[in-house]
Ligand binder design. Structure first.
Ligand code: ATP
Ligand code: MG
Length: 139
């Protein structure tokens, strides 16, 4: 077991549907510690930079539009094996393929509108956490 940090986002679809509390409850129930949390709206530039790895994918424009469509909640989470643990808590990208009891299965409505984001590796977690939080936010 290794204590890790990961970046979670409650995406605009979930915030608009009033699911922030439900998702935070699941985060606590799963045993994560919230290191930092903020509600904000992304600019187009913010969203393009955050998802730069996907810039050549056919869904990139729609994804940027979606992620800038309303407020979201960015959260730095800490736990043993936080990166895989949070991805397990979220479930597969496509809610239709996600396991029962996961956030995306229970609350997601489409492969795009899947309620949450999670970092996928230690390097991306470090990049993504620093994209939103300063060292003093994380102290
Ligand atoms: P995230 O990075 O948001 O945690 P993920 O790692 O499960 O999700 P990625 O492949 O990184 O999946 O895709 C990033 C996001 O882009 C997805 O969460 C989803 O919102 C959107 N997306 C992915 N694939 C598609 C697709 N085929 N059509 C539309 N949107 C998609
Ligand atoms: Mg991803």
């Amino acid at each position: 077991m290794v204590v890790q940090r990961t970046l979670a986002i409650i995406k605009p679809d979930a915030v608009k549907r009033g699911l922030t509390g439900e998702i935070l409850s699941r985060i606590h129930a799963a045993g994560f510690h919230i290191v930092a949390i903020r509600s904000q709206r992304l600019t187009q530039k913010d969203a393009e930079g955050f998802y730069a790895v996907h810039r050549d994918r056919p869904f990139f424009r729609d994804l940027v539009e979606f992620m800038t469509s309303g407020k979201l909640v960015v959260i730095a989470l800490e736990a043993d094996n936080a990166i895989s643990k949070w991805r397990d808590t979220m479930g597969a990208t496509d809610p239709a393929k996600a396991a029962p009891g996961t956030i995306r299965k229970d609350l997601g409505t489409s492969i795009q509108n899947n309620c949450t984001h999670g970092s996928d590796a230690p390097q991306t977690a470090a990049f993504e956490i620093s994209y939103f939080f300063t060292a003093s936010d994380l102290a």
